[in-house]
Design a protein. Structure first.
Length: 139
């Protein structure tokens, strides 16, 4: 498992993400807006090798695979004025609660109210998992 933590960089988003946060109804609405931005501006592409992109590379190229979109979402969330626990989660996309292999990367956000599991490659549902077992790496 490659460590993608060094690729998470909120710097490029600190000028805009706080405004998005303050314009949101609540924390879930904010996370949903971040997810929608990534879902609308990127296209999922499969990648045989683990070649992560920095967040702006993913945004400017218009796509990437699961690690690229997870790095982008995590970077945007880290630019928020909240100090939530944001983690990259290495998981099994086919067996999220009982992993057989680590074949996917999502973002987990732990707030004082709830833990959100953000499926960064999805286009229909931001938080499709109720529970995920895997390797959580805080960023």
């Amino acid at each position: 498992v490659m460590d993608f933590q060094p690729y998470v960089d909120p710097t490029a988003f600190t000028g805009i993400v706080p405004s998005l946060y303050y314009d949101s109804i609540d924390e879930e609405d904010f996370m949903d807006e971040v997810w929608h931005i990534v879902a609308q501006l990127t296209t999922y592409s499969t990648d045989i090798r683990e070649t992560p992109k920095y967040p702006l590379e993913t945004l400017l190229s218009g796509g990437g695979d699961c690690e690229d979109t997870a790095i982008l979402v995590a970077s945007m969330l880290k630019a928020a004025p909240e100090r939530w626990k944001v983690s990259l989660v290495y998981m099994d996309a086919n067996h999220p609660e009982d992993p057989e292999s680590l074949n996917h990367l999502i973002v987990a956000v732990e707030t004082s109210r709830k833990t959100y599991f953000i499926e960064t490659t999805g286009k229909r549902v931001m938080n499709p998992y109720t529970r995920v077992e895997g390797i959580f790496v805080e960023v």
